[in-house]
Design a protein around this ligand. Sequence first.
Ligand SMILES: [Fe+2]
Ligand SMILES: [Fe+2]
Length: 507
Amino acid sequence: MQQAYRQAGQTSVATASKAPFREREQPPAEVVIQSLLRLPQLVKIHQPNNKIFADNLSVFRKALARIWEERTVFGLRAHRGRLYLDSQKLAIPQGPVAVTAAKLMDFLERRGFYGFTFSRRENLTDADVVEFIRALNRSQGQENPAEWLKGELAGSWAAPITDPDFKIAFVFKEDAEGGKTHGRPVVWNAGTRTLAVKARKSYSRAMAVLTAVETKLKEGGAVSIAKSRRVVQDMVETLFEDERLLLNLSTIRDYDDYTCTHSVNVAILSMCLGRRLGLSRVAVATLGLSGLFHDLGKVDIPISLIRKTARFTPEEYEEVKNHSLFSVARIIQINAEHKFKTRLLQAPFEHHLGVDLGGYPNSELNPPLSLFGRIVAIADHYDALTSSRSYRPVPMNPEQALDIMTSSAGKSLDPLLLKVFINMVGIYPIGTLLILDTKEVAMVAETPPDAEDARPMAYLLDKKGQDIVRGELVDISERDEKGRFVRNILRCFHPSDFGLNASDILL
Ligand SMILES: [Fe+2]
Ligand SMILES: [Fe+2]
């Protein structure tokens, strides 16, 4: 079979042009991608018995057969600008293959579907494959190519993926040598992926909406609250469906704009904590908006101070401290019902005040801090400590951050809410990189509520070509027959320490 694999790759190059020498063995998935673009073109100009067409067809079939050795059905799917073979992201090298992959994604997008599933059939004939290729071509002229093709290919060996909730039942982990499979199936929950896409979209939209609000405020224009409300509402929907997903988005930051990212993260973390405390959807949405606007007053602080990498002078610090009051003033300027706006003001005013009222702004009043104020303060602290900032380019890992926050319990932070928060983000929040005593590196995938010593579930990281990919999902609390832990955590890191984006690996 190895021979067939080699042939599949080499023949495809040979028939495409004059065979350049290719050192790299072309994986069958790449051959399938190329064939899906090439065959529909060739069938337009050649009869199926033409040699060029027949050769290309054979290359396509050999590549399919190669993949079918490992599974009886597989999906080739475009997702967020990348191609996946089942749930495995394809490592497409730069160069002509990347161009072909991009063309295929464009091809799919124009027809309104997400990819194909190919099912192994023992009696598959060349004619069946030609029929599929021709149907692909004919779909182009239809009003709804995806639906048309779905009907046309009903019951066939090949089918378009038209459902965003498409689910391939099993994927298989590759072993260290690559290629061969273990029989360990992992269910790929594509439904969660869809929700993840929705959550990521809300995140980017929140960033965009907040940037627009800040810009308009600076220019002195009228700002409506409608868009901000909508984007927060979307996040609330996701939160009540899957808390982890939204929480992950706030801890796996891969965006550059610090102030904006920080505000969106504070909104998310506050909403998650609010939900844990049993607040209603309406209250959680108000809390989220309040978190989103907590640092809005920074638009009135000179940018040189916001970006300053050295310590503030006492005068500069006094100036920066004004931002909580400025936030209140800026929120008042936003167009919204007065009653609604008043509910947004307290948390921004209080977020640096501290439960012991020892922070700022100085106030003659002595009221206890509001619930929203206490929640936003915790979210604000945590995000500030765990993200890189101009004066601290290396972010703290969550363990250190939670440690520091615990020492502030009862002073600046509410001790009870902090406990709930620590429970929520876990000692090893999702996305944390773990160095294990087995010399393995893993990325935290989840911390079950009943985990022993908060030992999480984590994906071991594998190397595939140039890419780091997720491998086996392991339970760090697993013990051997003598009762000893199989794996122990030696150190934990922020993924950015290794130039990794947790979102690339986990989502
Ligand atoms: Fe602040
Ligand atoms: Fe803040």
